[in-house]
Design a protein around this ligand. Structure first.
Ligand code: XMP
Length: 455
C-alpha cells in the first residue's frame, strides 16, 4: 500500500462517526479474539488465520449493536462485536488495533484488507522512496527557492536534512535552535556530527532564555508544546530573513519559501482529533503545535518528506543514504526536549537537574551495552519532592523518574526489563552526583496507558 493510501484509510475512520459510546468498560492490553466463519465474502478479512488470534485492545467506547446489514466476524470476552463486516459491501470494522506490533498478525489482517479486499498493489518499496522523494522535493521547491530546515540531530530530522541536501544542495539551510531544553552538550555534538558525517553546516541559534522566559509558570503539557512550537516558528521566520539577506548577490540568492520538518506518521495520527479536541492524544509541537498562519498556508510553507513513514522505515532510509549508525540508531528525542520530561514548571534549575540525571542514566546504559536493545530511554523529573537523608541531614529533595521502553512503531511500547542491580546502581549514582535529588524511581507503565514521554 502506498503511504498516501494509509492516510486515506485513517481519514475514512475519522469521518464515519459510526460508533456508539457507553463509557462503561475501559479495555486495554492483550485479548484473544474468536473468529467466526460466516461466508466467503466476509471471511476475507481474517483469511488464513484459524479460529483465534491474540490482539491488542485499547478503547473506552465500543460497539453495542450491529449496524444494519452487518454481521459479526470476531468477538472477545468484552467486545461482542470485535470484528464486523457488511454482508454485501466490502466494508469491515475491528475494535482492536491491527496496526500495532502487539497484534502479532495485524500486518496479515491489513494485507488481507488492502491487497485482497481493496485490490491495492503491494508495490511500494523502501528502495524506491529515496529517489521518488528527491524528485518530488525538486519539483515542489523548484530551482530557485531556499529551504530552511529544523534539525535537532535526531534520526527524523537528520534523514529529512540528508534527503533535502541530496535534492537541492546548498539551497538547503539547516538550523538547530537551542530551546534551553536540550540534553547535555547536545548542540555542540550535533553540529560536529552533522558536519563530519553529512557535510551539513548547521547553524546553532541560542534561544534558551527566550524559551525559558515564555515557559515560565506554564505547567500544562499542551500549553508547553504550543509555546515551544510557536517560539520555534518565530525564530525560524527571523532566520529566514537573515538567510535571504546573506544569500543576496550569491549564486544561491532566493527567497526562503519552505520549512522542513521531520514529522513522522505516528506524530500525525496522535495529533489528529477524531472526536473534537478531547480525543487528541497530544499535539506534537511539529504537527498541531504550529501557529495558525502556517496551517493557513501563510508565511513559510511546510515540507515534510517523512510525514507518511514510521520510525523503522525512516531508519532504513537513513541506512540506505549511508548515514552513520550513531545518527541512525539514536533514541528519539522530542522537539520540545526536556520540557516535556519534567512534569510541571520548566525552570533553568529543574531542566538542569533532569539533564544531569539523564546524562548519567544514558551513559550507564551505554556502558552496560544496553543502548541498542532499548528503543528510547531518559530520565525525567517529577512535580513533587520527597524527603531524603544525606549524612545526618533530612532534605526535601527532587524525584527523578527513569523511563526505558522497547517498541517498533512508538505507538505502543513495553517497559524495558533492567536487572535490579543495574537500576539500583543508577539510582545511587544519580543521588550522589546530582545535587538536590533524593529519590529515583523506575516507571513500569507500558504504552498505553502511559505515553513514552512523561507529558
Ligand atoms: P509518546 O510520548 O506520545 O511519544 O508516547 C511517542 C514518540 O513521539 C515522541 N514525541 C514527540 N516528538 N514532538 C516531537 O518531535 C513532540 O511534541 C513529541 N511528543 C512525543 C516521543 O519522544 C516518542 O518517540
Amino acid at each position: 500500500m502506498l503511504p498516501e493510501e494509509r492516510h486515506e484509510v485513517c481519514n475514512l475512520w475519522k469521518n464515519t462517526g459510526n460508533y456508539i459510546s457507553d463509557h462503561v468498560i475501559i479495555e486495554y492490553g492483550h485479548a484473544d479474539v474468536k473468529i467466526t466463519k460466516v461466508n466467503s465474502h466476509v471471511d476475507r478479512l481474517f483469511a488464513g488465520m484459524g479460529d483465534e488470534i491474540p490482539v491488542f485492545m485499547s478503547h473506552y467506547d465500543k460497539l453495542v449493536s450491529l449496524p444494519t446489514g452487518f454481521v459479526v466476524i470476531a468477538s472477545t470476552k468484552n467486545s461482542e462485536f470485535a470484528g464486523i463486516a457488511h454482508e454485501e459491501k466490502p466494508v469491515f470494522g475491528v475494535q482492536f488495533h491491527p496496526e500495532l506490533e502487539h497484534t502479532p498478525r495485524g500486518t496479515e489482517i491489513l494485507r488481507n484488507f488492502s491487497v485482497n479486499i481493496c485490490g491495492a498493489q503491494p508495490n511500494w518499496k523502501m528502495g524506491d522512496f529515496v529517489q521518488l522523494e528527491i524528485a518530488r522535493i525538486r519539483e515542489l521547491v523548484g530551482d530557485k527557492a531556499l529551504v530552511l530546515g529544523a534539525v535537532s540531530g535526531g534520526v527524523d530530522s537528520t534523514v529529512g536534512a540528508a534527503l533535502m541536501r541530496e535534492a537541492i544542495g546548498d539551497r538547503f539551510k539547516a538550523i538547530l535552535i537551542d530551546n534551553g531544553c536540550m540534553r547535555l552538550n547536545e548542540c555542540e555534538q550535533v553540529k560536529e556530527t552533522l558536519g563530519k558525517h553529512l557535510g551539513i553546516d548547521l547553524t546553532v541559534v541560542d534561544a534558551a532564555d527566550l524559551f525559558l522566559g515564555r515557559l515560565a509558570g506554564v505547567s500544562d503539557p499542551e500549553k508547553k508544546r504550543k509555546i515551544i512550537g510557536s517560539t520555534f516558528i518565530d525564530l525560524f521566520e527571523q532566520e529566514a530573513i537573515r538567510i535571504e539577506k546573506e544569500a543576496e548577490n550569491t549564486p544561491n540568492s532566493g527567497k526562503v519559501e519552505w520549512f522542513l520538518q521531520g514529522t513522522l506518521y505516528p506524530d500525525v495520527i496522535e495529533s489528529l482529533s477524531f472526536r473534537g479536541p478531547s480525543a487528541t492524544i497530544k499535539t506534537h509541537h511539529n504537527v498541531g503545535g504550529l501557529p495558525e498562519r502556517m496551517m493557513n498556508g501563510q508565511g513559510l510553507r511546510l515540507i515534510e518528506p517523512l510525514r507518511l513513514l514510521f520510525k523503522d522505515e525512516v531508519r532504513a532510509i537513513g541506512r540506505q543514504l549511508g548515514i552513520h549508525e550513531s545518527l541512525v540508531g539514536r533514541h528519539p528525542f522530542p522537539g520540545p526536549g526536556i520540557a516535556i520530561r519534567i512534569l510541571g514548571d520548566v525552570t533553568k534549575e529543574r531542566v538542569e537537574i533532569a539533564r544531569q540525571a539523564d546524562h548519567i542514566f544514558i551513559s550507564m546504559i551505554r556502558e552496560a551495552g544496553l543502548y541498542d536493545q532499548i528503543s528510547q530511554a531518559f530520565a525525567g523529573l517529577d512535580t513533587n519532592r520527597s524527603v531524603g537523608v544525606f549524612g545526618d541531614q533530612r532534605v526535601w529533595g527532587y524525584i527523578i523518574i527513569l523511563r526505558a521502553v522497547r517498541t517498533k512503531d512508538f505507538m505502543s511500547a513495553e517497559v524495558f526489563n533492567f536487572d535490579n542491580a543495574f537500576l539500583a546502581n543508577v539510582a545511587r549514582t544519580i543521588c550522589n552526583q546530582v545535587e538536590g535529588v533524593a529519590r529515583v524511581v523506575y516507571d513500569l507503565t507500558s504504552k498505553p496507558p502511559g505515553t513514552i514521554e512523561l507529558e
